[in-house]
Design a protein around this ligand. Structure first.
Ligand code: 3Y8
Ligand code: NAP
Length: 253
């Protein structure tokens, strides 16, 4: 009897949840609880951390999970590392459902940095008007460069405003549109976009908007994650679920 734990929080995770529900495969989608009202899902949802590797391994055993799918965001590096270790401890198969990194196209002006801290350092210099499209969790790190006007976009209204002396805040959840992001960049006279290399379609609009408006992008490359089986399409994960855990090696016979 298959019983999937799907670590979610991405467009791809929601697409896979719809496929699993349509096939009647028992699955639970897990959120960290970062946002006030996560999207409804067609499968049961659990919200909150597991309590590190040990907590997740215990959950996998206690809930008799047969397959672990890590469909978290490429920047959720701690969750992904924990998933690899917990699946090993619990002796169940794991696959990551992720998306390829974005690659600059003709007409793009990208500068790559390897971390959020490097992005902060790269903003030293005279005042600019910067769209900081990184969400809420890292906004305060940019207080080290207070000379800029920042356009922020959060999923939820924050309990308190971030410590950035000169900022505008937009509260909106993706997926976003090119037209909407072009209008946003023009309305705020943005001259630089800072982005994580998240990949996928849900956050891509701002990059296409920047290209159309000939704006430069400071692109933060994604953190390293441990080696693991990976898929880019929800349908590939369905095929994996049908076969993983049945081979002699995984069945241990
Ligand atoms: C809680 C679940 C779906 C998933 C939708 C995707 C697309 C829209 C684009 C910009 C970039 C950003 C941010 C972003 C996008 C999708 C996807 C994606 C980027 C929700 C969601 C959760 C989160 C957490 C949230 C972070 C924040 C990051 C905003 C739901 C809506 C910037 C990442 O306030 C906070 O604490 C927000 C935290 C982690 C990064 C940050 O540092 O602030 N995502 N986003 C998940 C959980 O609790 O487990 O509320 O429904 C999911 C989505 N956000 O099912 O359709 O697939 O990536 N999310 C980035 O890519 O840079 C916005 O503004 O252009
Ligand atoms: P993270 O830094 O890698 O994880 C920190 C801790 O949060 C984990 O150790 C775990 O707590 C808990 N956690 C993370 N994802 C979880 C999930 N799906 N279910 C249950 N617990 C989870 O993660 P993050 O970057 O904060 O991302 C949190 C969530 O937002 C993820 O679902 C991710 O897919 C989504 N998201 C993140 C981004 C981003 O830019 N980081 C963008 C879009 C969506 P315990 O150790 O207690 O288990």
């Amino acid at each position: 009897m298959r019983n999937i734990l799907l670590l979610g929080g991405t467009t791809e995770a929601s697409a896979l949840a719809r496929l699993l529900a349509a096939r009647g495969i028992p699955a639970v989608l897990s959120y960290a609880g970062r946002t006030r009202s996560p999207l409804d899902q067609p499968v049961p949802v659990r919200i909150g951390g597991f309590g590190g590797v040990a907590g997740l391994a215990a959950y996998l055993r206690e809930q008799r999970v047969t397959h672990l799918v890590d469909a978290t965001h490429p920047f959720a590096a701690t969750m992904s590392a924990n998933a690899v270790e917990a699946a090993r401890l619990a002796g169940i198969p794991l696959i990551a459902l992720t998306r390829p990194a974005w690659v600059a196209d003709t007409g793009d002006t990208w500068r790559h940095v390897d971390s959020i801290a490097a992005a902060v350092a790269a903003l030293a210099g005279s005042p600019r008007r910067i769209m900081l499209a990184l969400g809420r969790m890292h906004a305060e790190e940019f207080a080290a460069q207070p000379q800029h006007h920042y356009l922020l976009r959060f999923v939820d209204e924050p309990a308190e405003r971030p410590p950035l002396p000169d900022h505008s805040l937009v509260v909106d959840r993706g997926p976003f549109t090119v037209e909407g992001d072009m209008r946003l960049l023009q309305d705020h006279a943005v001259d630089l976009v800072v982005s994580k290399n998240s990949g996928g379609t849900g956050a891509e609009a701002k990059l296409i908007a920047a290209r159309n408006l000939c704006l430069p992008v400071l692109m933060i490359d994604r953190p390293a994650v441990p080696g693991r089986a990976q898929a880019y399409l929800p349908e590939e994960v369905l095929a994996w679920v049908d076969h993983a855990g049945t081979s002699t090696t995984e069945r241990g016979v």
